[in-house]
Design a protein around this ligand. Structure first.
Ligand SMILES: O=C(O)COP(=O)(O)O
Ligand SMILES: [Mg+2]
Length: 218
């Protein structure tokens, strides 16, 4: 029996919105524009970098005709923006407890591979995970269930839980047929009750017990 817990990254394991906002605002500054507030930028996160940039362009005077150049500039800023990111309180301890309890551990995020590697390196997190699936690992991304399926498959898991902070994560878990543990302190733009979940939590200390309770066959 192989049990596995897969985590979303932004807003779940790491409090990365300050760096995502800094990267977006650096792009705006390059183009002579004023910064947007962090909470507004939080509303752009969750579906990967293309949807993020589409939403940023729609909210500003950035020129959609320069899309590819804007994306390249944004990714350059994004890779360099790691200094403001922290691991959420108790998250690393929960990871260690789960590992000690024999769970395989994975990450399945919509963050693109470049910025993903940069932030995991900066926080020394890579070593804790058996598998890491980025937003651009496959041609499709969350809420398509394929990346989450791949994470569990690569770990040979037959029992699993997905841990995330958004409606995109909830939909991904549902479509993949795995339990969903919902961290309510992340980059959430909807009320807790509007996001389907098996269990919600706001303290990572509670996660190992929740995983044990809601773990079910994949
Ligand atoms: O990059 C995003 O859009 C969101 O990243 P996440 O899937 O780790 O929350
Ligand atoms: Mg997230």
């Amino acid at each position: 029996m192989t049990r596995a817990v897969v985590f979303d990254l932004d807003g779940t394991l790491i409090d990365s919105l300050p760096d995502i906002a800094a990267a977006a605002n650096a792009l705006l500054a390059d183009h002579g524009m004023l910064p947007l507030p962090q909470t507004q930028i939080g509303g752009f996160v969750g579906m990967g970098e293309r949807v993020f940039l589409d939403r940023l362009i729609a909210a500003t005077a950035l020129d959609a005709a320069e899309y590819d150049a804007l994306m390249a500039e944004f990714i350059t800023h994004y890779k360099a923006s790691t200094g403001l990111t922290t691991v959420f309180p108790g998250a690393l301890d929960a990871v260690k407890v789960l590992k000690a309890e024999g769970y395989k551990l994975g990450i399945c995020t919509n963050k693109p591979g470049g910025p993903l590697a940069a932030v995991l390196d900066a926080l020394d997190l890579t070593k804790w995970f058996d598998v890491i699936i980025a937003g651009d690992t496959l041609p499709v991304r969350k809420p398509d269930p394929a990346p989450l399926h791949l994470a569990f498959e690569q770990m040979g898991a037959d029992m699993g839980v997905y841990v995330g902070d958004s409606d995109v994560d909830a939909e991904t878990a549902q479509r993949a047929g795995v339990s969903f543990a919902f961290y309510t302190e992340g980059i959430r733009t909807k009320p807790i009750d509007a996001i389907p979940h098996d269990r919600a939590f706001d303290r990572f200390e509670d996660l190992p017990a929740i995983c044990q309770e809601i773990l079910r066959p994949i």
